[in-house]
Design a protein around this ligand. Sequence first.
Ligand code: ATP
Length: 278
Amino acid sequence: MRNATPPGAADKTASAQPLLSVNNIEVVYNDVILVLHGVSIEVPQGSLVALLGPNGAGKSTILKSISGLLLTEDGKVTRGDIEFEGKKISNIDPEKIVRKGIFQVMEGRRIIEDMTVLENLRLGAFTRRDKNVKQDIEMVYDYFPRLRERNGLAGYLSGGEQQMLAIGRAMMARPKMMLLDEPSMGLSPLLVKEVFEIIRNLNKELGITILLVEQNARLALNIADYGYILESGKVMLDGTADELMNNEDVKAFYLGGGGEERQSFKNLKSYKRRKRWI
Ligand code: ATP
């Protein structure tokens, strides 16, 4: 499955150059804590790729390595590299990464609570020089009608509305690629459904390439083209969303129905038989 071409790669470019490629990276925090052990990921132009796995697997660290936010946490890519549109972007200042067209929506929403909804949205457009900001605010309101009605401080929004605002703010940067970290976190099932439908539309209608980190594998695979499963800082399995959803091990461990003894892919005999690259 490792060699399967992620959808979008074959039909979008003859050379199949992915928009983003993470090549065998190692990440270290505080000069000593080794978190990623040679992770490789490809995200084709126009695709929606999911990064799945348990707590502490290193999913957020991958996103922060791409967006450069790793540097703000004393983390560093110490081996391998990350390429966006064919150019190396590893260990670059986060603001430069935003200007290249990558915008990360962080876990826990991170909106500015004592600013209004509109001010938060305008902030998302800070790297832009064009005059279409007003028009794009309307576009965000069309995607998230609830935000249009909320004129007060962002801190008074519900959790779901704050998540919508965080995504709306990212849209204001007109990114080529959005990195979404656990958008379902803390939301009611109904709101999760709404937010995930919007994420799918951002990908399909606006053509924004999306790398989505999510603990809820079923939710993510329902909208993704391709997925990677991470454990302990390594990619354990990858494949199209359909392949992963029909994989017996993924079904047992990540989509419900697995017994308590199945703690990890490493413990699965069938996984060991198929282990191809580590
Ligand atoms: P979660 O959903 O819990 O965030 P995750 O898969 O996103 O899980 P990461 O947040 O990337 O995992 O964390 C991977 C490992 O790196 C964990 O062991 C975590 O403790 C460690 N880690 C994350 N951030 C830092 C940091 N700033 N300094 C030191 N260690 C860190």
